[in-house]
Design a protein around this ligand. Structure first.
Ligand code: ADP
Length: 470
């Protein structure tokens, strides 16, 4: 039997096809590239089995039939295609590098699920994210008018360097005295970021460190974004913070998006001030930066749960103001995903869990800072571990490889269905964060609301079972 027509072990004796495209009553085999909470979740999942030899997958290359990963379905991806695959796993939490190296030459069976869409970087590289957002904003203004375009005013003015250097300089001169932040487009954890006020700082940097001459391994200057710095962040206890929001996309066509109720706010360790713009402990809220601060206390950490944050803000500003602010986050999520909807190579085998970083300014307006395709799953303490464990377990519940759900659910554990080709409205009785007495339709969005995921799952599975039986 050729490589291209091999039948995975579990299917032998059952025929070479699985007409339902689901796994049925056997164990689910997974692979995982990471050694953190996700691996614990997978190992703890009843009926799931680890494939031995982690990361040793050799994709079956069928040069004559490279994967046609277009929008919607892929014939090679179905059992009817059956042109050969890495059929020894059903679920693969792979890293982005693995996907980039293997996706174009691998075939997937109907039931297989893999983390990441092929060109996820369209949203997660800082320069591409802004480029895509600017394009959709312009298109919206053209087709629906300037007023509609205003709904895109959630990302700070940004230019790509070196390509837009001259436009940036013009803009810089129009706004003397404001602060800008310079960020490498493809790095993470605050690396290579700095703030500046004077054009001279940039011309010096451009001539020195930025030149490829200073790094013999680099042929062209690294791509950066230069972005207007948000000078008036919302402060709690004098400290700046940003909010990590988890978003799950299970399909780009149609766009289907889930929003997780829980997340956290990451505080800087040092009181905010514009006097010391060179101090990264004041201005960058990344945990990777803050944990190196001289007075960082690992027991206390620098985190609040999103529930704690919502409660605090509601007590201070009232439920309505906070609802409006959090609705702004929904808008950020949907608009940003729509900005790449036609570009992302949609594939029904792929899913993505994004970590959005959102910063509130002093008017409680949310700003999109960046979107991560590999948000950290390493826990910084017990509470963080519990959050990530529940988040990932519920992600598997949404993907439902066990086929326990009906497919019509609007809530699965801590995940709420925010969008399915259009906004989703909450069911009555699901109004936890709504003001008292509200019965009107509200969006099915509960970021920072109560997350009683275990109870919800129990009820959900009982209900789904009885629906399926009847
Ligand atoms: P990285 O991918 O390296 O984490 P980010 O874009 O997330 O880069 O920026 C790191 C941190 O810097 C953010 O978490 C935020 O605290 C701060 N930051 C980034 N951009 C801005 C901005 N435009 N205004 C204010 N703070 C910002």
């Amino acid at each position: 039997m050729s490589k291209g027509t091999k039948v995975p072990g579990y299917m032998q004796g059952k025929g070479s096809r699985n007409p339902r495209g689901i796994i049925g009553d056997r164990e689910i085999r997974y692979k995982c590239s990471l050694q953190n909470t996700i691996l614990d979740v997978l190992r703890g999942r009843p009926g799931w089995q680890e494939v031995p030899g982690q990361n040793n997958i050799q994709p079956n290359v069928n040069q004559a039939n490279p994967k046609q990963a277009g929008s919607g379905s892929t014939t090679q991806g179905t059992t009817s295609g059956y042109k050969g695959s890495d059929g020894d796993w059903d679920f693969y939490w792979c890293d982005r590098e693995w996907l980039a190296q293997n996706y174009d030459t691998m075939f997937l069976y109907e039931h297989q699920k893999i983390l990441h869409f092929r060109n996820h970087y369209e949203l997660t590289r800082k320069n591409l994210m802004v480029k895509n957002l600017k394009r959709l904003k312009k298109q919206t203004e053209r087709e629906l008018g300037k007023a509609e375009g205003q709904s895109f005013e959630f990302f700070p003015t940004t230019y790509e360097l070196p390509s837009e250097y001259h436009i940036f300089v013009e803009e810089f001169k129009k706004n003397p005295g404001i602060i800008w932040i310079m960020k490498p487009a493809a790095r993470a954890q605050g690396r290579g970021i700095f703030l500046f006020r004077r054009l001279k700082d940039i011309t010096d940097w451009k001539k020195g460190e930025y030149q490829p001459l200073s790094d013999p391994n680099r042929e062209v200057p690294e791509t950066y974004v230069v972005q207007r710095y948000i000078e008036n962040p919302y402060l709690i206890g004098g400290r700046k913070f940003d909010v990590r929001v988890y978003v799950l996309v299970v399909s780009y066509n149609p766009l289907k998006v889930w929003l997780y109720r829980s997340g956290f706010a990451r505080f800087s360790n040092t009181r905010f001030s514009l006097d010391s713009i060179e101090d990264t402990y004041v201005h960058l809220t990344n945990v990777a930066i803050q944990k190196n601060a001289p007075d960082y206390d690992p027991d206390k950490g620098c985190k609040w749960s999103t529930q704690q944050l919502r409660k605090y803000l509601s007590a201070k500003h009232g439920v309505e103001a906070v609802k409006k602010a959090f609705k702004g986050i929904d808008n950020i999520i949907i608009k940003s995903l729509q900005s790449v909807q036609k570009i992302i190579i949609n594939d029904k085998h792929c899913f993505e869990m994004y970590g959005y970083d959102v910063l509130f300014d002093s008017d409680l307006k949310p700003w999109l800072i960046e979107i991560n395709a590999s948000p950290s799953l390493t826990a910084s303490g017990k509470e963080d571990y519990d959050l990530k464990f529940g988040l990932l377990n519920d992600l598997l519940n949404v993907l439902d490889l066990e086929n326990r759900l009906t497919g019509k659910e609007k809530r699965v554990g801590g995940w709420d269905l925010l969008w399915e080709d259009g906004p989703i409205l909450a069911d009555d009785g699901n109004m936890e964060c709504a003001p008292n007495g509200t019965t009107a339709s509200i969006p099915n969005s509960f970021l920072g609301c109560h997350n009683e995921r275990k109870r919800q799952l129990r009820e959900l599975y009982t209900a789904a079972q009885s629906i399926k039986k009847s």
